[in-house]
Design a protein around this ligand. Structure first.
Ligand code: TYM
Length: 338
């Protein structure tokens, strides 16, 4: 089998907590926009989530909530393959095979492991360490060519390319296409509302640092009003925000929500202070997020329907990944099961 020539998008999100504005702008919104242009496959990566402790009941709830978030943000199960990672055994199977291709030295360079394991890496799970090899399997099991992600996942997609290239080289085949990370737009790295040098994250202990997709209009407006900023007025172009991380973050969020370039946002608010800009940002944010939150709540009211959609997605995903993983085993010299 040769690499699929057609473009195919694959990406995933962990059901490890609520969705943030960072997940929405860096991933979900862009996932929805890809539909119709190319084949799109989106995955709820629960096997990745359990690399750190998850309360079983919470994981079940968060997985369905994430499915509702995908759909509410515009990912249409009729136009995209939407499924849960653990439902398709090809992921775990190819993950193992690729762990035997990836090198320890490569894994040791992964900054996300260092961040997540912290000082006590000895106590981290083996799964957390192997995490990027499973992520490579997610992507390569579909011969995906494009991987839309936020800036923080770039290193993992580059590792996926290294693993694919080493596999092709070692076995003398042209089997796995080398996927491209697609990191585009004004919000590839949405920062904390409390600290413009830190990523907005679902694991930040301060809820005021992030906007959650489940926040109501009042809390969105309040969090934006309280967001840290500086005293200077807005400059006429984005260039003037270079050394102003908090101001830059808010302008980038506005730009990503409204679909305008950051320069256009600056030009419109040039000379104005945050007393004017923040309420305008809150209006744009609420207008865009409120219908999503509402739709998520509606979808969550019918978990059986969500499960049905995810089951259908898993069947579609399995039909694509199964032959690719079978072929990987054959290339590696494993005899077929009769
Ligand atoms: P995860 O679940 O941490 O995040 C999901 C997506 O949201 C993006 N993101 C952000 N983008 C901009 N600003 C932020 N503050 C922000 N926070 C999160 C992430 O970059 C990501 O695109 N390892 C992945 C999940 C994964 C995956 C894959 C992705 C597993 N297998 C295969 C792509 C392809 C992760 O932990 O994402």
């Amino acid at each position: 089998m040769t690499p699929q020539p057609q473009a195919r998008v694959f990406s995933g999100i962990q059901p490890s907590g609520g969705l943030t504005l960072g997940n929405y702008l860096g991933a979900l919104k862009r996932f929805a926009e890809q539909q119709g242009k190319v084949e799109t496959i989106y995955c709820l990566v629960d096997l990745h989530a359990v690399t750190v402790w998850q309360e079983p009941e919470a994981l079940r709830r968060q997985t369905r909530e994430l499915a509702a978030g995908f759909i509410a943000a515009g990912v249409d199960p009729a136009r995209s393959v939407l499924f849960v990672q653990s439902h398709v055994s090809a992921h775990a199977e190819l993950g193992w095979l690729l762990m035997c291709v990836a090198r320890l030295g490569w894994m040791n360079r992964m900054t996300q492991f260092k961040d997540k394991a912290g000082k006590n890496a000895e106590k981290a799970s083996l799964g957390l360490y192997a995490y990027p090899a499973l992520m490579a399997a997610d992507i390569l099991a579909y011969h995906a060519t494009q991987v839309p992600v936020g800036e923080d996942q770039k290193q993992h997609v580059e590792l996926t390319r290294d693993i694919a290239a080493k596999f092709n080289h070692d076995y003398g085949v042209d089997f796995f296409p080398l996927p491209q990370p697609v990191i585009e737009g004004a919000a590839t790295r949405v920062m904390s509302l409390r600290d413009g040098t830190k990523k907005m994250s679902k694991s930040d202990p301060s809820d005021a640092s992030r906007i959650n997709l489940t926040d109501d209009a009042d809390s969105i407006a309040q969090k934006i009003r309280k967001a840290r900023t500086d005293a200077a007025p807005l400059p006429g172009s984005a260039e003037g925000l270079k050394d102003r991380p908090e101001a830059r973050n808010l302008v980038n969020i506005y730009a990503a929500l409204s679909g305008e370039p950051p320069d256009a946002v600056c030009a419109r608010f040039e000379g104005q202070g945050f007393g004017v800009f923040k309420p305008a940002l809150a209006d744009v944010a609420v207008a865009q997020l409120e219908p999503i939150t509402r739709r998520m709540t509606e979808l969550m009211a019918d978990p059986a329907e969500l499960d049905r959609l995810l089951q259908a997605g898993a069947d579609q995903a399995d039909a694509i990944a199964r032959p690719i993983v079978d072929e990987t085993r054959r290339i590696m010299g494993m005899i077929p099961r009769r």
